[in-house]
Design a protein around this ligand. Structure first.
Ligand code: BES
Ligand code: MN
Ligand code: ZN
Length: 509
């Protein structure tokens, strides 16, 4: 993992392999941003003009590399675009800085040490730059570079080794705390990304549970794992039903963090389908390798609880990971089967590809038994949510409008795009079943909301609950942008951590 250091050194004198500066889009061309003064001086005050000659505009996240000049110690300058110069009295937004730092860090893969001299006005800016740089410096190389016939050092490029943040004081308490928070958060987002990117032949429910147990040991968390036998004894018909077609049996994992002074408890429930083939309602061929991402919710919940522990947040966090592999086989659940869920409710399975709601339902009922102050579930639940909101925005549904609005603001604070979605009661009748209490599918229209309505019925009476459908943003198939890599993104971890922080501060909506 990329190291982070704070430094009050001058941009010109710090020893580094590259120096990152901001460039803004001025009315008459690119202009050097605050933090870039020393570098601008080394270019005789003409950094903006030089960049313009090279075709740069200062547009958001645009990256221009140029050789150093004058007295700069670093041999390379990386100018990263920050978009329009902010109005007077305004500063660059946190997400702008995060993305710029991320884009710069990506451009620096293979480099040992880079100094980041981006505009720092407040502690939040330090946090944003550190977060962006550490998230942008991510690479998933666990499965590359082992070929005995290839010489050492000729494998894939390693991510940037060290980020030195200029303008941040290593002895300032607030600056130090900001850096520590950024490191913990970015490392855990990257942990979630690693889990999502790990191929499903290696990340089985059992292997996932073992990783949680190991992390629990490391961070002093309680971890309980229900294996297939315990699930059968407990009557977890939803998780068992989804997992019964696979050679890799399902698990329900509880990971708990408690703080002695905590006044509130949050339960976080994650969909952990380690591979979603669709089951007997098999998905059509083509592009199904991305369905290893179907455990992104569980990865996010896991990463959040560990972050909470690392930061020592004054809140109790209970993570529930509903882990199963959805496969077709002679033992698989069929369309027409009826499952008796952990709650006692029966579900007619009309489509085995609507499996996420089945595993989540059991976990939601189980989480409710402990009467937490709120439950938030996270899931790559429906293609319909992607049709509604696209690939970068997750949907928020809830049984409480105030909580939904508050979570939306929380996501915004964390720098994640989300949008509140309704749970229209009229969609419930589409899930009426002639045989069971409810069917696992309803009307096609509003499919994301139908799934939300299904989940709602498994939440304990009187408990505040929200559901995040991250099917769009969990896995990024296009070219990397800002601090977002290809593949697993760690979607919703930053939102959930912010939620935990706000709850610790007594702000739970
Ligand atoms: N895991 C999928 C949803 C999904 C699709 C996530 C694409 C990420 C990318 C989910 O289990 C699923 O298959 N949902 C079905 C539900 C339908 C059968 C009611 C869907 O959305 O098509
Ligand atoms: Mn599915
Ligand atoms: Zn799924």
């Amino acid at each position: 993992m990329t190291a982070l250091t704070l430094s009050t050194a001058g941009a010109a004198t710090l020893r580094a392999d590259a120096i990152v500066v901001g460039v803004a889009k001025g009315p008459k061309g690119p202009v050097a941003a605050p933090g870039a003064e020393a570098v601008d001086q080394a270019f005789d005050g003409k950094l903006g003009a030089v960049l313009e000659t090279l075709g740069a505009s200062g547009g958001e996240s645009e990256v221009t590399k140029l050789p150093s000049q004058g007295g700069l110690k670093a041999p390379v300058v990386i100018a990263v675009g920050l978009g329009p110069v902010p109005d007077e009295e305004e500063t660059y937004g946190a997400e702008t800085l995060r993305r710029a730092a991320g884009a710069a860090a990506r451009a620096l893969s293979g480099v040992k040490k880079a100094a980041f001299a981006l505009p720092v006005e407040a502690v939040e800016d330090i946090e944003a730059i550190a977060e962006g740089a550490l998230l942008g410096a991510y690479a998933f190389t666990a499965y590359q570079g082992g070929d005995k016939n290839v010489k050492k050092g000729e494998g894939p490029k390693r991510p940037l080794g060290e980020v030195a943040l200029l303008g941040a004081k290593p002895r300032d308490k607030a600056h130090k705390a900001a850096a520590e928070r950024s490191v913990a958060l970015a490392e855990e987002v990257n942990r979630a990304r690693d889990l999502v990117n790990t191929p499903p032949n290696d990340l089985t429910p059992e292997a996932f549970a073992a990783l949680v147990a190991a992390a629990g040991e490391e961070h002093g968390l309680t971890v309980e794992v229900l294996d297939e036998k315990a699930l059968a004894e407990g009557g977890y018909g939803g998780i068992l039903g989804v997992g019964q077609g696979s050679a890799n049996p399902p698990r329900l994992v509880r990971i708990g963090y408690t703080h002695p002074d905590a006044e509130q408890t949050l339960a976080l429930v994650g969909k952990g389908i380690t591979y979603d083939s669709g089951g007997i309602s098999l998905k059509p061929a083509g592009h199904n390798e991305t369905m290893k991402c179907d455990m992104s919710g569980a990865a996010a919940v896991f990463a959040t609880v560990v972050t909470g522990a690392r930061l020592g947040l004054e809140v109790n966090l209970t993570g529930w990971l509903a882990l199963a592999e959805n496969m077709p086989s002679g033992s698989a659940v069929r369309p027409g089967d009826v499952l008796r869920m952990y709650s006692g409710k029966t579900v007619e399975v009309l489509n085995t590809d609507a499996e996420g709601r089945l595993v989540l339902a059991d976990a939601l009922t189980r989480a409710s038994e402990e009467s937490p102050d709120a439950i938030v579930d996270v899931a790559t639940l429906t293609g319909a949510m992607m049709l509604a909101l696209g690939n970068r925005t997750f949907g928020i549904m809830a049984n409480d409008d105030t909580f939904r609005t508050w979570l939306h603001e929380t996501a915004e604070e964390a720098g994640e795009a989300s949008w509140p979605m309704p749970l229209p009661a009229d969609l419930r009748k589409g899930m009426d079943s002639p045989t069971a209490d409810i069917a696992n599918m309803g009307e096609r229209m509003g499919g994301g909301l139908v799934a939300g309505l299904f989940l709602k019925e498994f939440v304990g009476e009187g408990i505040t609950w929200a559901h995040l459908d991250i099917a769009g943003p969990a896995f990024h198939e296009g070219a990397p942008y800002g601090y977002t890599p290809k593949g697993g993104t760690g979607s919703s971890v930053r939102t959930l951590v912010r939620l935990a922080e706000r709850t610790a501060a007594g702000e739970l909506g």
